[in-house]
Write a protein that binds this ligand. Structure first.
Ligand code: ATP
Ligand code: MG
Length: 478
């Protein structure tokens, strides 16, 4: 899902030989690790740093060890805690599981075995960290996330959200990467009567099949090797709230069947159990892929597709709703100003024209990143084209050149984009002629916002042709 964090591991071992061994094996896996040789030191580290994984020596379950284990979960309730035993001691291991320890291994474990287990812990820790990250974001924001955009498409989506928020209807959000699928999912949750309950998002494509199943549904003791005690899954965790299944198109077919069952029966079964647990969870799914197409080629279950598709929300790519760009830009500039304690006023007209001309294949996320970068680069009040990434800048120069020296071959183009451009230039010119250059009235006639008219005038290089007031110089007879 591209959550950018690096997993941190804390190693606590007072035995110099095994300490060195374990450290070497962990580092060879490219993990960032802090290592200490006593529980006391470990306690301090836990307080001052964040970890997702802790390997600690476990010689008893006396008070001191118990306190240490509770400290671990106090600092991070989703920590993967692994006990290092001197020799295999089943009773001790079982007692520690009751305290929340995930697994116990002998200190002298073989490196191949250790690496295999480490990979599993890391995958699980990543999944839990993602879930934690998302619930935190949600909690910090108090209330609905801000969704910017006044285009017809966005207004339609916002109206739809309001209408459906309170029903338990399943939604399927489709849209290219970075179009705001997750944001819309959060908005639906926040606008619903479930808003005080949890919102958990998981990326179905990022988690191996067997882990995904047991994390979603939980498991009972003995369900598989390593399942030493019962564990609640995400469905139970998010009960009464909203579960966002991102990239559902990546979900293995077998698991799709199980999700369908949840949707139909409102109940789940933990892995390894026959007992049903009833749950009340709203599911919102998202996909980058065209799921209807995935159904055709047999990679997605048709029945699940129809079940999810009761309420499809298609977020158009940013290039198809360019009128949202100015407002998004202002929003991101404001956000960065706060974050960086800056006082940038915005994009100058050239820069704004450039961001409007560019097609943003990475959509809103790419735009947000470009603004963030520009804010860091600029030392002035206004961001200029020189602060934007090169490709944005180039598209702008290219388009401006084409407006001033029309390409003779353009006459027989079949490109909708080019034709639209020519048509827009033509309509805007006519509107400005009719209104004698009055842009407010022209915008009304054209049925676009005043603001987008200004940007279009600039984008198409009509500024000099149609000065802000007065009769325009002849343009149509170019
Ligand atoms: N309409 C919008 N208003 C404000 N911010 C937006 C909007 N759309 C997207 N964003 C921001 O753009 C970024 C990407 O959005 P989000 O993660 O929801 O997209 P996504 O469709 O889930 O992307 P991906 O498919 O890559 O996971 C986020 O930082 C989000 O806050
Ligand atoms: Mg997403």
């Amino acid at each position: 899902m591209g959550v950018s964090y690096s997993l941190r591991l804390l190693l606590v071992d007072s035995n110099p030989v095994s300490h060195k061994n374990l450290l070497t094996m962990i580092e060879s896996q490219g993990l960032s690790v802090s290592s200490v040789s006593s529980l006391n030191e470990a306690q301090e580290r836990l307080e001052s740093e964040d970890f997702e994984l802790v390997l600690f020596e476990l010689s008893d379950v006396e008070k001191r060890t118990r306190d240490f284990i509770s400290k671990i979960f106090e600092e991070n309730p989703s920590m993967i805690a692994v006990g290092l035993l001197n020799h295999s001691d089943r009773d001790l291991a079982l007692q520690s599981f009751d305290l929340g320890v995930y697994e116990c291994i002998p200190r002298s474990i073989q490196s191949s075995e250790f690496e295999r287990m480490l990979v599993q812990w890391v995958e699980l820790a990543e999944l839990r960290a993602q879930v934690k990250l998302l619930t935190q974001v949600d909690r910090n924001e108090h209330g609905a996330p801000k969704i910017i955009g006044n285009s017809v498409e966005m207004n339609r989506i916002m109206a739809l959200i309001k209408k459906i928020a309170d029903y338990k209807t399943t939604c399927l959000i489709e849209g290219e990467s970075g179009t705001g699928k997750e944001l819309i999912a959060q908005m639906i949750h926040q606008s619903s009567s479930r808003s005080s309950e949890k919102f958990i998002a998981i990326n179905c494509g990022a988690i191996p099949e067997n882990l995904l199943e047991s994390e979603l549904f939980g498991y009972v003791k003995g369900a598989f090797t390593g399942a030493e005690k019962d564990r609640k899954g995400i469905f139970e965790e998010v009960n009464h709230g909203t579960l966002f299944l991102d990239e559902i198109g990546e979900m293995p077919l077998a698991l799709q069947a199980k999700i369908l069952r949840v949707l139909q029966e409102d109940e789940i079964r933990r892995v390894g159990s026959v007992a049903s647990i009833s749950i009340d969870v709203r599911i919102i799914a998202a996909s980058l892929k065209d799921l209807a197409q995935e159904v055709k080629v047999g990679r997605f279950r048709e029945d699940l597709f129809y079940r999810l598709n009761v309420l499809p929300i298609a977020i158009p790519p940013l290039r198809e709703r360019k009128e949202d760009i100015p407002e998004l830009v202002d929003f991101f500039v404001g956000k960065e100003n706060q974050k960086l304690r800056m006082k940038v006023r915005g994009l100058d007209l050239d820069a704004m024209s450039a961001v409007i001309s560019y097609d943003w294949p990475g959509n809103v996320r790419e735009l947000e990143n470009a603004i963030e970068r520009a804010m860091i680069l600029t030392t002035e009040e206004w961001i200029g084209v020189e602060h934007l990434p090169n490709f944005v800048h180039n598209v702008f120069l290219h388009k401006r050149r084409r407006v001033t020296d029309p390409d003779p071959e353009e006459e027989d183009t079949l490109s909708i984009k080019e034709k639209t451009r020519t048509m827009e230039i033509d309509l805007i010119s006519k509107a400005l002629e009719v209104t004698k250059g009055n842009r407010t009235r022209a915008a009304k006639i054209l049925e676009i916002s005043h603001r987008s008219l200004l940007y279009k005038i600039k984008e198409y290089g009509l500024v000099d042709v149609f000065p802000a007031s007065g009769r325009p110089r002849s343009f149509t007879e170019e």
